[in-house]
Write a protein that binds this ligand. Structure first.
Ligand code: AP5
Ligand code: MG
Length: 212
């Protein structure tokens, strides 16, 4: 299975990626998590990406494509994957198609639709694990032990780019740069739209149905 999860900031891609990966028995990756991992290790790539992420802009295509392609090509990801937040531009989508040609194309592209006021509420209350990047929400999906991750006991923190001003910019960049990618998958006939405003459990159920 090769699956793409698409949707605006806060639509639940990260929340559902590990669920999707577990039911399809493949690994998942978030391009945003890869950038944040580089940043926490203070790599050149991480420092460069931060200059874009802090302003809510997309990181340039050449860097992003190279980073995600190396992940896809790792031996443990050859049997399939769930991509969270990649591709987001037409060039990224075309590069992915070129690279996958030899091993078959994408099976499903899932788009989470969530109204903007709900996205803002979700991002304002989001906390995530510094170690494994699992997302939580102070109200909608709190951890069992306040301040610590249920999965690995890592410390929870708030993302710098979740301030309201940066969130607004991220939403506008998404509309401008990612709408053509959505349109492309619609025309290719492999886009499945899901109501991402439902509860986490209801969205999981819709995903199960989408896979059948
Ligand atoms: P990235 O980290 O991918 O950010 P994003 O796309 O803006 O998406 P988010 O991670 O904010 O939201 P999500 O959909 O994962 O929601 P989540 O599950 O956490 O990218 C960050 C930056 O990196 C970009 O701005 C860009 O600079 C760069 N970048 C990344 N990929 C790139 C690319 N391909 N090209 C160029 N640049 C790139 O959920 C949000 C909150 O809601 C959580 O608190 C969660 O608990 C809660 N929640 C989730 N589902 C529900 C539900 N059903 N009901 C109630 N609450 C819910
Ligand atoms: Mg995410």
């Amino acid at each position: 299975m090769k699956i793409i999860l698409m949707g605006p900031p806060g639509s639940g891609k990260g929340t559902q990626a590990s669920f999707m990966a577990s039911i399809t028995e493949v690994n998942s990756v978030s391009s945003g998590d890869l950038f944040r991992d580089n940043l926490s290790r203070d790599t050149e790539l991480g420092r460069m990406a931060k200059t874009y992420m802090d302003r809510g802009k997309y990181v340039p295509d050449d860097v992003t494509i190279g980073m995600v392609m190396s992940w896809i090509e790792a031996p443990e990801n050859k049997k399939g994957f769930v991509l969270d937040g990649f591709p987001r531009t037409l060039l990224q989508a075309e590069s992915l198609d070129d690279r996958l040609g030899a091993i078959g194309g994408i099976d499903k592209v899932i788009l989470f639709n969530v109204p903007e006021p709900e996205l803002i509420k979700r991002l304002a209350g989001r906390i995530l694990c510094r170690k494994c990047q699992t997302p939580y929400h102070k109200v909608f999906s709190p951890p069992i032990k306040q301040g610590f991750c249920d999965m690995c006991d890592g410390e929870l923190f708030q993302r710098q780019d979740d301030s309201e001003a940066v969130v607004r910019e991220r939403l506008s960049v998404y509309t401008e740069e990612t709408s053509p990618v959505i349109q492309r998958y619609k025309e290719l006939g492999n886009l499945i739209e899901i109501d991402g405003s439902l509860s986490i459990e209801e969205v999981e159920q819709s995903l199960r149905e989408a896979l059948e």
